[in-house]
Design a protein around this ligand. Sequence first.
Ligand SMILES: [Zn+2]
Ligand SMILES: [Zn+2]
Length: 144
Amino acid sequence: MTTTLAGGCLCGAIRYTIAAPVTALRACHCLNCQKASGTGASVNAVVPSDSFRITKGETKKYDDSATASGRTLSRHFCGNCGSPIYSHRNPNPGFVVVRAGSLDEPGNVKIAAHIWTSTARAWDHIDPAAERHPQNMPAPAPKP
Ligand SMILES: [Zn+2]
Ligand SMILES: [Zn+2]
């Protein structure tokens, strides 16, 4: 069973692989993701940074410093066709957030959690069965 996933932008200039399983997606309804995506939310696979590799082309990035958290979020996209590809916090916390719609294969995964639902657009559907957070994901419980 292979766990290497592949994806890329609309025009094909950017290609990437993810050498990790994607078992669930996360939707972010923050205002910045709305502007950056042009739609109600960004839907993402959160994967370890070292599993994500750009295999073709070079992304452009926008350092988004107007975040609610105050952290600068680097948003990487294709400079040719504009497709959003992935983003990461600074400093990189060890994971990257890959736009799920850029994956080649849809996969049999669901959106497990919605964050920033407090700013969700009225027309955006949020599965009532999914985990929902009005703002960011709560910090994980400290490891014993
Ligand atoms: Zn492109
Ligand atoms: Zn967001």
